[in-house]
Design a binder for this molecule. Sequence first.
Ligand SMILES: Cc1cc2nc3c(=O)[nH]c(=O)nc-3n(C[C@H](O)[C@H](O)[C@H](O)COP(=O)(O)OP(=O)(O)OC[C@H]3O[C@@H](n4cnc5c(N)ncnc54)[C@H](O)[C@@H]3O)c2cc1C
Length: 388
Amino acid sequence: MYGLSAEDLQLQERARTFADELIPYETEAELNGGDLPKDVVAAHKARAIELGLYATNIPVELGGQGRTSLQQVLVQEQVGRVTNALAWVCATPPSWLPAVATEYQLDKFLRPTVRGDREECYAITEEGAGSDVDAIVATARRDGSDYILNGEKWHVTSYNSADYAFFQGKLVGGGHDGEHAMFLVDLPSPGVSVVRTPAYTHTISHHHPIVAFSDVRVPAGNLVGAEGDGMSFAYEWFRFERMMVAARCLGGAQRLVEEITSFSGKRSVQGKPISQLGAIQGMLADCLTELFAARSLVYETARNIDAGADVKVQHAQCSMAKLYASEMAGRVADRAVQIFGGRGYMRENVAERFFRELRVERIWEGTSEVQRSIIADQMIKRGPRSLA
Ligand SMILES: Cc1cc2nc3c(=O)[nH]c(=O)nc-3n(C[C@H](O)[C@H](O)[C@H](O)COP(=O)(O)OP(=O)(O)OC[C@H]3O[C@@H](n4cnc5c(N)ncnc54)[C@H](O)[C@@H]3O)c2cc1C
């Protein structure tokens, strides 16, 4: 099915086996604030690396797996089958970085990340700038051979485990005054501090604190690309991440479809399995039909990227993939809770966890509303036939 090659199927199977190894740890993580013992997490990460499921998006010459977009999707789909972000150990380092990084940046930041020795986080969003990245008020000012960074960043995912951050700010002074620039900031660094760590809907070990950057001094060598380049990096990364969000949503929905098929066949009410009730069958059928549609869309989008589609077409199709897959997964999770009945409201139940965890997929990396506006813009500019 889906026209996958022998190599694709082999990689998919390896990723599925790894996800199956992680699933038994979910309830422990859920009931322990998302955390597992450090040695267990280290072993999971080592296994992801050993199985070739780490840095699938990075070229082989930089130490990565150099996988096609479709293969990256196949791996992240299996990552999505596991709750509590336990499979995030199959990390995807910044694939946009090699195109613009200096040798110093590749050596100090990217290569160690690809080896699994360093970990990054992204400090872009602010209290008043999420969907509209251009509204950021964080600043970067040149001072001799350094830049001075100031700003308060929100939702900095994985700050608690990262040892460097990408910081986006607007330049103050110079020829690119008011334009965006992105910087690499080692963590910890003087002037970088956690304002607070809010609690979120999901239960994962990766926190999303609000982080203050106060007169943080970084060498000019930590500027990524050129002054004024900041926004283009953000867009490139959004495109990639939107595909990976879509892939993980397929995995979450696949897991739920399997769980509800099994549960509804076993749970009997008034002497017969609930899977024989028309109302339940309606929900089962809708879940599988929508999953099939979403998977076909996501795989086709990945294939178009691999075939070198125009970047604007990629942008719109990645938005369609993210929009449809995340909304599909949300509907599947809602129905799954309903099919499990009272059990579906217990935190030890997979549907309950996915019901909460999948909600953010419609928000981060661009909300559903933002995806719709990207799709409609391109549709109006290029005509629907160029996109679908
Ligand atoms: C758990 C979590 C982790 C995150 N991790 C990171 C991270 O690591 N680094 C980082 O930089 N950011 C991160 N984010 C931020 C995330 O990308 C933003 O939350 C997201 O882009 C939405 O921005 P916002 O929250 O400011 O919402 P807003 O932009 O305030 O949107 C509010 C509402 O207005 C709607 N809206 C806004 N603009 C438009 C428009 N043009 N058309 C139609 N409707 C619109 C939205 O869809 C939404 O319904 C994270 C967020 C969460 C929740």
